[in-house]
Design a protein around this ligand. Structure first.
Ligand SMILES: Cc1cc2nc3c(=O)[nH]c(=O)nc-3n(C[C@H](O)[C@H](O)[C@H](O)COP(=O)(O)OP(=O)(O)OC[C@H]3O[C@@H](n4cnc5c(N)ncnc54)[C@H](O)[C@@H]3O)c2cc1C
Length: 230
């Protein structure tokens, strides 16, 4: 992380692409955003949010917001939607493909700062609910007393929201699956601020439905050679 910031400072931010329909964050919008939650236009905070851990150039947003709830995220998106201002969500910036660059400026919504709580642990059902900014290690620290583990490990202490957005996998994926297998439900805030609940969030049987076909495939499905010999 620190190395990325240094690179940003030495090379300077990369130029933004002009886009006629994208409205910049002016004083009026900034005041409205500030009324929703904490924001920052500090140069080093902006640089931190325009760069991930890859070689891609730093392209900072105009402003960073630090919401503490789904309602605040929704209000921020509603404001930007009305003004056609670009928005980039931000977890902790560990991605590797320039995901968090803001080529058209606008708002970076940093969920990794305040939305980090573990909301529910259901050890008996082997599931939990965490806020989007909770990191992999924080989730595992919270679950340790239950003897359970969140199994997706992409090699970075990324947020669950960032990992879900990237469809993260990692060294444990062959045995336990990827984020696609781990996520049972999501609270989604659409670009216009609409809040949706997706997935069947508390269906206990589902975990077994997922694992049984896998066990079946690995233990009893015929190999290609066996099939051709039949
Ligand atoms: C050393 C290293 C090894 C890695 N190895 C692997 C690997 O083996 N397999 C693999 O799959 N990945 C790997 N990764 C990449 C990893 O998947 C990402 O770093 C991680 O998923 C990004 O999480 P983040 O919280 O840092 O998100 P960020 O980098 O902050 O954001 C990533 C993207 O997700 C979006 N986003 C973030 N939070 C939200 C949210 N709450 N809602 C909607 N969108 C959001 C952002 O806009 C951005 O587009 C590796 C990364 C590192 C640094």
């Amino acid at each position: 992380m620190r190395a990325a910031l240094r690179r940003c400072a030495v090379a300077g931010p990369a130029p933004r692409r002009a886009l006629s329909s994208a409205a910049a964050v002016d004083d009026r919008l900034l005041a409205s955003l500030e009324a929703v939650c904490d924001t920052s236009t500090n140069a080093s905070i902006l640089a931190r949010h325009g760069k991930d851990e890859s070689h891609h150039a730093c392209v900072p947003p105009d402003v960073v917001a630090f919401p503490a709830s789904t309602e605040e995220v929704s209000a921020l998106l509603q404001l930007c939607h009305e003004r056609k201002t670009p928005v980039v969500p931000f977890g902790v910036g560990t991605s590797l493909e320039g995901h968090v660059q803001a080529p058209r400026g606008g708002l970076s919504i940093d969920v990794g700062a305040k939305m980090t709580a573990m909301l529910e642990e259901n050890a008996g059902d082997m599931d939990c609910r965490a806020e989007a900014g909770a990191t992999r290690k924080a989730v595992n620290a919270a679950l340790r007393h239950t003897g359970l583990e969140f199994m997706v490990d992409p090699g970075a202490d990324a947020t669950v929201g960032g990992m879900a957005a990237c469809g993260a996998s990692g060294t444990t994926a062959v045995r336990y699956g990827t984020m696609r297998d781990a996520v049972l439900g999501l609270t989604v805030v659409l670009a216009d601020g609409t809040v949706l609940e997706t997935g069947r969030t508390r269906v206990i049987q589902r975990r077994f439905n997922v694992s049984v076909p896998r066990a079946h495939v690995s233990e009893t499905a015929p190999t290609l050679r066996e099939r051709s010999e039949r």
